[in-house]
Design a protein around this ligand. Structure first.
Ligand code: HAM
Length: 422
């Protein structure tokens, strides 16, 4: 039985020692994406349900089975965002993107999907994503992938595997769909129940079915790259040529379709071995998204990566950003007067950028010293009546167990010396 204080299944509390790792991944994203002209966009965690139904596609697993949808008090159907792209498109359309204008944004935040929780699969997870709208050239797909690989390399995951494919355009769909349907119909009896239904509702979804028997049949299916029309074929060829030009490592997976229906042309995924079945770190591609209330689809390219999975991959490699070190100084007060004086001292030391803690409850000296050790302070600064009268402090270096008297005026400089910050 789960304890009542535990977070609900598929969600987590992230404590300060883990948060250092999250901050590193987020700061690195800010730093690298800004080099490519991306700015941060923060959109709400919930949207009108139609934003996702229309944007992602009604036949996808995400929309059919995984959304947290509810009616608010005004009878409106709202949904906790299962991904970032559809809401970002809604925001850009709402802000009014002029025809031909390029917009580059990135986002970081929680997403919600009602999936069965497992290692690397959560109900509230966090994505770092980017979207570039308004540029049609295949080169933007390549630049986006190059930026993604630079990010992964910077965070120590340069050995991940990148797979790319093309889904062609809407014009290609009927022809590809017919060919795939004819192939899978011949194997229908050996496929899972879901796929037997998918053959009529959305044959593309069969290509990413996780069932073993279906997987074997998928491997023999006609490669999508062979079914593209001339225009889509040329587009994809250009993407591959440019990836080669930049000497980026990738493989073409001609059956990669991705789980969301808005993709057209390029799709890609990055996976990492060694973190279990949920090994997709990143998913992305070029898309055409319908925003409710607008009659023109928005065209763009982007990707999103799951922060929890990036962390799992880094743990697998034994890398992590260490938790914030302990405090620089812990102030120990002997008596009421010293406590009052230390409140002022703590304030002035923090003004100098030092990390300072102190006992606020007038406990005994021993208890205060125990806390100074427990919070991993470098020094304990001890003051009682005598020290106050002489305008000095007793500064104890906790690791070396040495103690010196220091004049209060000289304290910031002396502390910086002890801490190696001078
Ligand atoms: P997605 O492939 O559905 O694409 O998700 C992207 C990444 O989010 C996955 O590769 C994975 O790392 C993480 N992720 C997804 N579901 C979960 C989960 N239940 N638990 C933990 N991590 C998860 C999208 O969301 C698209 N919006 C990406 C995109 C942006 N395409 C174009 N622009």
């Amino acid at each position: 039985m789960a304890k009542k204080t535990e977070p609900i299944p598929g969600t987590s509390d992230i404590f300060p020692d883990e948060a250092a790792e999250w901050q590193f991944l987020e700061h690195t994203a800010h730093e690298i994406f800004q080099r490519y002209g991306y700015g941060e966009l923060r959109t709400p965690s919930m949207e009108r349900t139609a934003v996702f139904e229309k944007g992602i596609g009604g036949e996808t697993d995400v929309v059919q089975k995984e959304m947290y949808t509810f009616e608010d008090r005004g009878g409106r159907s709202l949904t906790l965002r299962p991904e970032g792209t559809a809401g970002v498109m809604r925001a850009l359309v709402n802000a009014g993107i002029a025809q031909g204008d390029e917009k580059r944004v990135f986002y970081i935040g929680p997403m919600f999907r009602g999936e069965r929780p497992a290692a690397g699969r959560k109900r509230q997870f966090h994505q770092i994503g980017v979207e570039c709208v308004g540029t049609i050239a295949p080169e933007i797909d390549v630049e986006t992938i190059e930026m993604l690989l630079r990010y992964l390399d910077t965070i120590g995951l340069g050995d991940s595997k990148l797979k790319v494919n093309s889904r062609g355009t809407i014009a290609d769909r009927p022809h590809i769909q017919e060919t795939l349907t004819a192939y899978f119909r011949d194997h229908l009896a050996d496929m899972c129940e879901d796929c037997q239904r998918r053959i009529d509702t959305n044959v593309w979804r069969i290509l990413d079915c996780k069932n073993e028997a279906c997987g074997a049949i998928v491997l023999g299916s006609p490669p999508i790259t062979d079914l593209l029309d001339a225009e889509s074929g040329d587009f994809f060829k250009r993407v591959c040529e440019r990836l080669d030009l930049l000497e980026l490592d990738y493989t073409v997976d001609p059956r990669l379709v991705r789980g969301l229906d808005y993709y057209e042309h390029t799709v890609f995924e990055v996976s990492f071995d060694g973190i279990g079945a949920q090994n997709a770190l990143v998913g992305g591609g070029r898309y055409s998204i319908q925003v409710p209330g607008s009659n023109k689809p928005v065209l763009g390219t982007g990707f999103a990566m799951g922060i929890e999975r990036l962390i799992l991959a880094r743990q697998e490699l034994g890398i992590s950003t260490s938790q914030q070190e302990g405090l620089d100084a812990y102030l120990v007060s002997i008596g009421e007067e010293a406590l009052a004086a230390n409140l002022r001292l703590a304030r002035s030391l923090r003004d100098c950028g030092l990390r300072v803690g102190m006992d606020l409850q007038a406990r005994g000296t021993k208890a205060q010293m125990r806390t100074a050790n427990k919070v991993n302070a470098t020094v304990a600064i001890i003051r009682g009546e005598d020290e106050l009268a002489r305008n000095i402090v007793n500064c104890k270096n906790l690791a070396a167990s040495e103690q010196h008297e220091i004049a209060v005026d000289e304290l910031p400089d002396k502390l910086n010396e002890i801490l190696g910050k001078a």
